[in-house]
Ligand binder design. Sequence first.
Ligand code: MG
Length: 396
Amino acid sequence: MRISDVRVTILQAPIPEEARVRSGVGLKYSRTSAFVEVITDEGLVGLGSCLGNPPLALKAIVDEVIAPTLRGLDPFDIEGIWQRMYTGRIRSNVGSRGVGMGALSGVDVALWDIKGKALGVPIYQLLGGACHDKIRAYASSIYWQAPDAAAAKARHYVNQGFTALKLKVGVDIERDLASLAAIREAVGNKVDIFVDANLCYTTKLALEMVRRLEQYKVFWFEEPIPFDDIEGYKKLTDATAVRIATGENMYTRFGFLDLITRRAADIVQPDICRAGGITEARKIASMAGAYGMLFAPHSFGDAVSQTAALHVNASTPEAFIMEVDVTYNPLRTELGGSLVEARNGFLELPNKPGLGIELTDDIREAYPYRGGLDLSLAATPALGLAYEDLQDRSAS
Ligand code: MG
C-alpha cells in the first residue's frame, strides 16, 4: 500500500450567541477544524485533524510542504514518515512550533487511522493495547460568568455523572475565587475541581492565587502563567500542594524537555493534534512518567482530535483523566456521536478499526468554511488587557 494523496478539508460551525463562552483566550464565535485525509492507492483513507490558526495556513503547509514528500511512501512506516516530515521539512522550513506542527500532527493521526483500518483494530491496540478499561472524563469547562451561574453549571455536570470539572479563571483573584467557592459549595468535596487561567496571571499573582486555591482543595491549576516561563512554573510547583498543569500550547518532546527535566509542573497536557500527533504525544507521556508526572492531554476540539486523545489515553499508563469539551461544537457531537460522549463520567474504549470516525458528506455540506478566526482577543487582565476591554470589538 502506498500514499497517493493528502488533502485538507476546513469546516466551520458558527456558535449561536447564547452558547458562546468567554475565557482568558477570548470569546468564541465559531468552531473550525482543518481535517486532513491521507489517501492510499488501495482506497483506504486515514483521517486526522490539524490544530492551529489560521486554518488556511494549515492547509497550505499540508499541501505545499508535507504532501509532496509523502506520495509513494508506505503509510505503515509512521515513525519514518514522522522523521521525514519533522526533520526533513517542518523544523527548518516552517518552525518547530505553531501551525507547521499542527499540520504534521494531523497527518500523523491520519497515518495511525490507516494502519488501524488496514489491520482491523482500534488505534490503541497498535500502541501496546489498553491499560485502562474505561477513561474517566472531566467536564470542560465552566466559563467566565457570575458565581451563581457557575455553580448551577457545575451542579448540572455533576448530575450528568461527571466526578471532575474545570473552571476558567483569570478575571481577577477575588472574582475567580467567588466562582470557585460557589462551585465547591454546590458540588461538595467529592468532586475534583481543576482551574485554568489560560496564561492570564503573572507569577506573583499566580503565587497568591495558588495559596488561596489550597483551601478549596483544587486538584490542579492549569496554565497559570505564560508557558515559556519555565522558571515561573518551577517556583509555583515548588510552592504548593496544588498540582500545576501545562502543555496545551507546547510542541514536541524537545519543547517539553526543560519543563519535565526541571520538574517544573506536575501534569503535562500536550494536545495530540498540535504537539506532534499520536507518535510524539506517547514520547512526551513517557518522558513525563519517568519524572513522576501525570499525563492529561488537552482535548478541546472536534471528534477526531478527542478520539485520537482517547486512543492515546487508553494505552498510556501516565494518563489518568480525559478532557471532554461540554460546549457547543457539532464537529465533535455530530461527527463523533456516542464515541465522544461521557456516560456516568466515563468514556468507553472505541472498538472500531482505526479512529472509528468517518468524515461524512452530510457534515461536509452542513458546515462550510466561511473564514475568520474562532476567537476574539485574548485577555491578560493582570497585564492590563482586561475582560471589560474585550467586549466584542473583533466580532465585526
Ligand atoms: Mg487549558
